[in-house]
Every structure is written in C-alpha cells, then in structure tokens.
Design a protein around this ligand. Structure first.
Ligand code: AMP
Length: 441
C-alpha cells in the first residue's frame, strides 16, 4: 500500500509517521523533517509532484484550504480513493455561518450566534448578549480570526476591523458574533465514512501563546491526550448529541462526508456545546492523538474513504504531550531563516518525536525556521507527568534565536493516571480495555 499525504505541516508529519507504521508514504509537498524510515515502519518520502500526479493507493488530504478548494472532488473524479471531504462538506469549515446553520438544523448545542456583513446589526446583536463576547471571521483565517473578550467596546471595534477587510481581508467581510461560553475545552476527532463514525482519543489543546492562557490566540501551542481527560460516558454523549445528528444533517443535504470531523467543544454546566467543526485533523492535537491509536491507521482511513468503516479504534493507555516551538514574532509577524540547533539530540531521546511544521533548508543546507509554528516536540509516557517531562526534555535541547514555547503544557495534570478505560471507541468500557491489556501481555 502506498499513501499520498497532501500538506507540509506538523499535522502531515504526524499523519505520515502514523501511516508509515503499515504503508509506504509520500508527502506532497512535505517538509525537510519528514523523509526517512521510522523504526519498524515503511519509508516516508517527499515530492514536488502535485498530488494528482502522484502514484498511490490512497490520498489523505491534510489542510483545510485544498479541501475547501475541492481537491478531494478532483481526485475522486479520477477514481482515486480519498480520505477527506469534498468541497460541499468542507464548507463546514470554509464558512462558520454555514456550519452554524447546519448545527442549528441538526439540533446540535452550540453558542447563540448571528452572522452579519454590516456593522450596525452586528453591534445591535452584541448589545443583546451578556458577555463575554466572541467575534469570528466567517472565512478561513488559520485559526486566528477569533476574538474572545470581556470588553464590549473591544468586540465592537473588532467587528469594524474585520468587516472593513482591514484585519483579515475577504475572510472577515462577513462575521459571526457569538455568546462567550465558559468551561473546559476538549477536541474530539471523529472518522466518518459518510454514515458511520468512529471516535479517536480525546485531546485538549492550548490555543493561547503564553503560559497561563495569556497572549493572543494561535493555531495551537501544545496538546495533551490521555485516558481520563474526558470520561467515556461523556464521549458517547458528544457522539450522540453533537456528531451523529450532524452527519445525518449532512446526508439530508446530499453530502457524503468521508474524512475526519474535528469537533471543538466546551464542557459547560449545561453540557457539552460545539464551538466549531473543522474538516481536517487538528494540529497539534493530531500529534498526540495518532500515536495513541492502537490500530492500523492506514486501514482505518481507507475504510472511511471507501465508505465501509467497520473498526472501532482502540487507544493505548499511554499519555501523549506535545509542546509547540514557535518562531520569533509569532503569531503577528513570524520570522523565518533562524538556524535551528539541537534537533538530533532531542529526536534521540526515548519516546520523543520531533515533528516539523515550519522548517526549511537554507542555501547552505542548514535547517532554519520557515513559518510561525516550527516544531512540535511530542512524547508519550505511562502517565501525563512522564510524557510531559519527556517532551520538555526535548524542547530543552532545541534552540534558535527568539524561540517561543509555553512551559505549562499539561501542567497540573501530571498525577492523572492513565490506567483504566484505555479505549476511544464508543460503547467500550474499562473492563474491555483491561482485558485487551491483559491479552497483550
Ligand atoms: P475556533 O477557531 O472557533 O475554535 O475558536 C478558537 C478558540 O476561541 C476556541 O478554542 C475557544 O478557546 C475560543 N472560542 C471560540 N468560540 C467561543 C465561544 N463561543 N465562547 C468561548 N470561547 C470561544
């Protein structure tokens, strides 16, 4: 089996490593950190050839933009097996207003909202809400088009900046204004074959730049995944109330969604509510989720792509922690070209993987920063505490001028045990996980 992964970031690196457990992987266009053969796995290579022209048995499309642009449709029209929704399904992420409309139709709990292309009605709607206030670009903005604030004046000013095109160009010429929800956040990645769904292990990500959830929103500065972060009963409830009705609503619209549905949720006192749906694997969550999937990932994604998802993926009892290392100036003005030191030593640490997101080779052949989020240092371990200290052991060895990373990823969760319900799939409980563990011994 040969799999073509489309994309070049940390998510695609994580996908490539997971797929290479059971298949040869070619990434288009990929990045310089990807090529090689993981221990016990198959080779990973990168290519400048566009995905349409790569020879493969399965295509896995990483980022949202090519999905929104219809790459999956184009490949399917050529009889290729594709994991990733067509442009119709990708609209869920391409337009927040469309997503909200489908959620409302499906009866999925989400924040109260309005979609606006003019300032006055948007301001009137803001005034009706109690706060905190949330203003989002309707279109794609690399995870940065969201303002959450306790200051009504700031929300009003943000509406003006977005609608004028000043802050996010065309992506902001329509805005979604929402009530701010309060509670712990979690991310659930769910595979979908058009009808059936299968949940992967739950993760939490850290969106803000600075320790203590300070600073601006980013694409994600770290993530943790472990048993016990969210109990299985709650995962089942999310699948029943937030995911299955959505898939049914998509079907009613004639959308055959074959790919991943990434639900961003907030666990409010009134129960789980959907913040957003993305149509691709989340980064950095993917970096901690995929190593925990105790199953042939190539087989799983192929099943979903073929519309015959049968497998209920199991999770290992290991915990995963990812710390993102970003370049100087991220997120407002990331600096490129800073030489990166210490990668080999970090990558040689036990249970640590260094995933590349924004890296490039300079004309002298040195590895340099080339984008905002540069590396994801991901570690697994028997507990969150162990995985966390391994990941930070890795970040401590890597450096470049102006590097930024949070020091509190997974902090406070160290003592959480990872023994127990080591499964991700719905309807499976702790007993079954223990039996599986014992069978493995
Ligand atoms: P999104 O891109 O929609 O996931 O938003 C990015 C981040 O903004 C989320 O992970 C939340 O931390 C925050 N956020 C978005 N919508 C809301 C909301 N309605 N209430 C509170 N926080 C929100």
């Amino acid at each position: 089996m040969r799999v073509c992964v489309v994309g070049s970031g940390g998510r695609e690196h994580a996908l490539a490593l997971a797929l290479a457990r059971t298949a040869e992987v070619i990434v288009s266009p990929g990045n310089p950190g990807m090529p090689g053969t993981p221990v016990g796995g198959y080779p990973i290579s990168i290519t400048e050839i566009p995905p349409e022209s790569v020879r493969a048995d399965l295509w896995v499309i990483g980022p949202e933009q090519p999905l929104v642009d219809g790459l999956a449709d184009k490949l399917r029209a050529d009889d290729k097996l594709v994991f990733g929704p067509g442009a119709d399904g990708a609209r869920l992420e391409g337009s927040k207003a469309f997503m909200k409309e489908v959620l409302a139709e499906a009866g999925v709990a989400t924040a109260r909202y309005g979609a606006f292309d003019e300032v006055r009605p948007a301001h009137e709607f803001l005034a009706q809400l109690a706060g905190p206030w949330v203003v989002k670009t309707d279109g794609l903005a690399s995870g940065k088009g969201v303002l959450v604030t306790d200051d009504l004046a700031e929300a009003e000013a943000d509406v003006i900046a977005k609608l004028s095109g000043d802050s996010f160009g065309d992506a902001g010429r329509r805005v979604v204004v929402e009530e701010g929800l309060v509670g712990a956040e979690c991310s659930l990645l769910v595979l979908c074959d058009g009808r059936r769904i299968a949940a992967l292990p739950v993760a939490q990500d850290y969106k803000r730049l600075e320790d203590g959830d300070g600073g601006p929103n980013t694409g994600g500065m770290g993530a943790v995944s472990a048993v016990g972060l969210v109990d299985d009963g709650l995962v089942d409830r999310i699948l029943d109330e937030s995911v299955e009705p959505l898939v049914a609503a998509l079907r009613r619209r004639g959308i055959d969604y074959r790919g991943v549905l990434y639900a961003g949720l907030i666990l409010t006192v009134d129960g789980p509510k959907v913040l957003e749906y993305n149509v691709r694997f989340g980064d950095p969550e993917t970096q901690v989720v995929l190593p925990r999937v105790n199953h042939d990932i190539t087989g799983l994604l192929a099943e979903a792509a073929e519309g015959r998802l049968r497998t209920d993926p199991r999770a290992t009892t290991e915990a995963g922690v990812c710390v993102v290392m970003a370049s100087a100036g991220y997120p407002s003005g990331p600096r490129s070209g800073d030489p990166i030191e210490g990668l080999d030593r970090a990558g040689a640490l036990p249970s640590v993987s260094v995933l590349h997101a924004g890296t490039a080779l300079d004309p002298q052949g040195r590895l340099v920063t080339a984008g905002g989020r540069v590396l994801g240092v991901t570690a697994t371990g028997p507990t969150i505490g162990e995985a966390r200290s391994r990941a930070y052991g890795g970040t401590g060895l890597i450096s470049w001028d102006g590097v930024q990373y949070r020091t509190d990823i997974a902090a406070g969760l160290e003592s959480a045990t990872t023994v127990g319900a080591g499964v991700a799939g719905r309807g499976r409980g702790a007993d079954e996980a223990k039996q599986a563990q014992e069978a493995e011994r």
